[in-house]
Write a protein that binds this ligand. Structure first.
Ligand code: 5GP
Ligand code: MG
Length: 178
């Protein structure tokens, strides 16, 4: 494994992003929604850096990628969300790759009647985007490599690493996991 971002670099990037978010919302109450499971570490860190009144919730997104390169259907479980009507909402995810996951989730949550909805990601993979929109907040741009750590997994392992590492091609077997 090759370390792309050290623990200290991740911490500084998350702090900068939290400062931007804090400047934008000020003292307004915010509902922050993490995308399971990859965002849990970022979610836990970022909520402690924000000092406006906060509600914290989660939403689950699972994409079924088959053996082919065709993108599978995205399954969204929004059962755990609180009432978002009239709320300022910030959706938090681990990584912005093609962008489909984040924007399908944003579309679905927009339908729940929030006053506003923005998005924040820890990582953005350079050159991979298939959407015209970008997340509102992004801590780091990274090269197009498969990364793990700080919430991101490979077959459900490595989420607990405090840094971001790229798996070498020989370490990656058949399919990716989310
Ligand atoms: P997108 O829909 O933007 O293509 O993919 C976003 C989702 O794919 C992320 O939420 C994440 O679960 C997964 N993903 C994309 N790239 C990586 C990666 O490099 N490592 C890991 N662990 N997951 C990734
Ligand atoms: Mg994910």
């Amino acid at each position: 494994m090759k370390i792309l971002l050290t623990e200290a670099e991740v911490r500084d990037g998350v702090r900068r992003m939290a400062e931007d978010i804090g400047r934008f919302y000020g003292d307004k109450p915010l509902t922050i929604v993490g995308v399971l499971t990859g965002s849990v570490v970022l979610l836990a860190d970022i909520i402690r850096l924000l000092d406006m009144p906060l509600r914290v919730s989660v939403v689950q997104a699972k994409s079924y990628r088959g053996a082919t390169t065709v993108r599978g259907e995205l399954l969204i479980n929004a059962d755990l969300l609180p009432d978002l009507t009239g709320c300022d909402v910030l959706l938090v995810d681990d990584i912005f790759d093609t962008g489909h996951t984040l924007f399908e989730l944003l579309g679905k949550m927009q339908g729940l009647g929030p006053k506003s909805i923005r998005s924040a990601v820890l990582l953005r993979k350079r050159g991979r985007q298939e959407m015209t929109r970008e997340p509102d907040y992004c801590a780091f741009e990274i090269p197009d490599e498969f990364v793990v750590g700080y919430g991101l997994d490979y077959n459900d392992h490595y989420r607990n690493l405090p840094y971001i590492a790229a798996l070498e091609p020989h370490e990656i077997a058949a399919g990716k996991s989310s």
